[in-house]
Design a protein around this ligand. Structure first.
Ligand SMILES: [Zn+2]
Length: 271
């Protein structure tokens, strides 16, 4: 299993044990996305940095990373969207290079490194009130900002590229764990804007509830999601009769994550 480089064995086992359970039905794997300028997500990781730390924290999930190709597709409803498909090359750790055959690589579609984690999203904070006026969001004051809190309280996949990994790596190095506190990510950049940046902030240390950690055991493995062996929360491939490609959140516009410097790098697209 060289296509995914870390934590494969442990989480594959957890996946095999857990796919029969779960009450989420045929829901698609939800990806955490910040869609508007000033949007903030507040969450905690239910994923750890290595197998040992995960065991201590009580989660089967270990952060994975792999090479992906960003592939443009068109849904049956006519929408353009992008999938991140796993590169078919194998990583030869002895030689330190990628080997084998990959049609996307052969077609000069460049690879991008992405990491994937499971997170538990507590809420999103928006600069605007709920467009659905029948269910107004709670107003919250953060410093000089008045924001509107959309409660979420569910598990989502958080996948991202190089710049976000650099930020996260800094926190991991500082705390020695990913699961001792909540985090916030703030998006800067409106919809349709070519350059979007996101800041990661760690909140103060605060233990994650046992209930949230226990619930993570029922989630499909990150490896199975990356390889598309699993597309729904109950561990299945979406049936072709459902309109799979129109169901998940679809992005029609390409956004480019410039990270914290000024160079725009098409290799590091946000989710
Ligand atoms: Zn490839």
């Amino acid at each position: 299993m060289a296509r995914i480089r870390t934590g494969a064995d442990a989480t594959a086992k957890a996946y095999a044990e857990n796919t029969s359970g779960g009450g989420s039905g045929n829901d698609f794997i939800p990806y955490m996305r910040l869609q508007d300028d000033g949007d903030i997500v507040r969450f905690c990781f239910v994923t750890e940095l290595d197998v040992e730390t995960a065991k201590k924290a009580g989660t089967p999930h270990v952060v994975i990373n792999a090479e992906f190709h960003r592939i443009q597709k068109t849904s049956s409803g006519g929408k353009t969207y992008y999938n991140f498909d796993l590169c078919d090359l194998d990583y030869d750790s002895e030689a330190g290079e990628m080997t084998g055959e990959c049609s996307e690589c052969s077609a000069d579609n460049r690879r991008t490194s992405r990491f994937m984690t499971w997170i538990y999203v507590e809420s999103f904070l928006h600069t605007f009130q709920n467009p659905d006026q029948s269910q107004p969001w709670q107003k919250v004051q953060m410093g000089r900002m008045e924001l509107f809190r959309q409660p979420v309280n569910s598990y989502m996949v958080f996948a991202d590229g190089f710049y976000m990994w650099q930020s996260l790596q800094g926190k991991i190095d500082m705390y020695g764990t990913m699961m001792d506190r909540q985090y916030m990510i703030t998006r800067h950049g409106a919809r349709n804007q070519r350059k979007v940046t996101r800041d990661l902030d760690a909140l103060k240390q605060d233990p994650i509830s046992a209930e949230i950690i226990a619930g993570a055991a029922d989630l499909p493995s990150l490896e199975a999601i990356a390889t598309r062996e699993v597309e729904t929360m109950d561990g299945k491939i979406a049936s072709p009769s459902t309109d799979l490609r129109d169901a998940p959140a679809v992005k029609e516009n390409v956004e480019i994550d410039g990270g914290s410097d000024d160079t725009v790098d098409i290799e590091d697209l946000p989710w």
